[in-house]
Design a protein around this ligand. Structure first.
Ligand SMILES: Cc1cc2nc3c(=O)[nH]c(=O)nc-3n(C[C@H](O)[C@H](O)[C@H](O)COP(=O)(O)O)c2cc1C
Length: 134
């Protein structure tokens, strides 16, 4: 089956408290998996970074929905491309809240372990995301 990968970053809106979002995030995982989407959602200091992988049509539809979600803003696409296999095949959505790790080589570039400033290079985003693969 043809697969694609989409990565974006965004900022949590003022409307939202992270405690509310945790419930939503965990409930989306089973829903994603059922429709063929897997991936990871990282959150740190009111920033989000999400990787979605699955059939392009399904990923595109979900991305459109997420874009219109007022609980975040400044959604910035970092990567969209075909992939041969999934990086998170067992995760409808792996959730990493507040304890995400920055690879050693980027320590200087990321103050207080926050996501690097926008716009982020795709290679850096993938390095950070893959730190949470296992
Ligand atoms: C940062 C962020 C990430 C989200 N990720 C997902 C996701 O992976 N899957 C999903 O179904 N909804 C996700 N949502 C929620 C969607 O924007 C939307 O509220 C939801 O899909 C609507 O589901 P419903 O049509 O079943 O009510 C996310 C929202 C935000 C703000």
């Amino acid at each position: 089956m043809e697969l694609c990968r989409l990565i974006y970053v965004s900022k949590m809106s003022k409307l939202m408290e992270i405690s509310n979002f945790e419930d939503v995030a965990y409930s989306t995982s089973a829903k994603n998996y059922k429709r063929g989407i897997t991936g990871i959602l990282c959150h740190e200091n009111r920033n989000f970074m999400q990787l979605l992988e699955g059939p392009p049509r399904v990923v595109n539809d979900l991305y459109r929905t997420i874009l219109n979600d007022e609980r975040h803003h400044s959604v910035t696409l970092l990567d969209y491309q075909p992939i041969l296999s999934r990086a998170f095949p067992e995760w409808g959505m792996r959730i990493v809240f507040e304890n995400f790790k920055v690879p050693d080589e980027y320590e200087g570039a990321c103050s207080n372990s926050e996501f690097p400033p926008f716009p982020m290079n795709t290679g850096v985003a993938l390095d950070i995301i893959y730190t949470h693969k296992d």
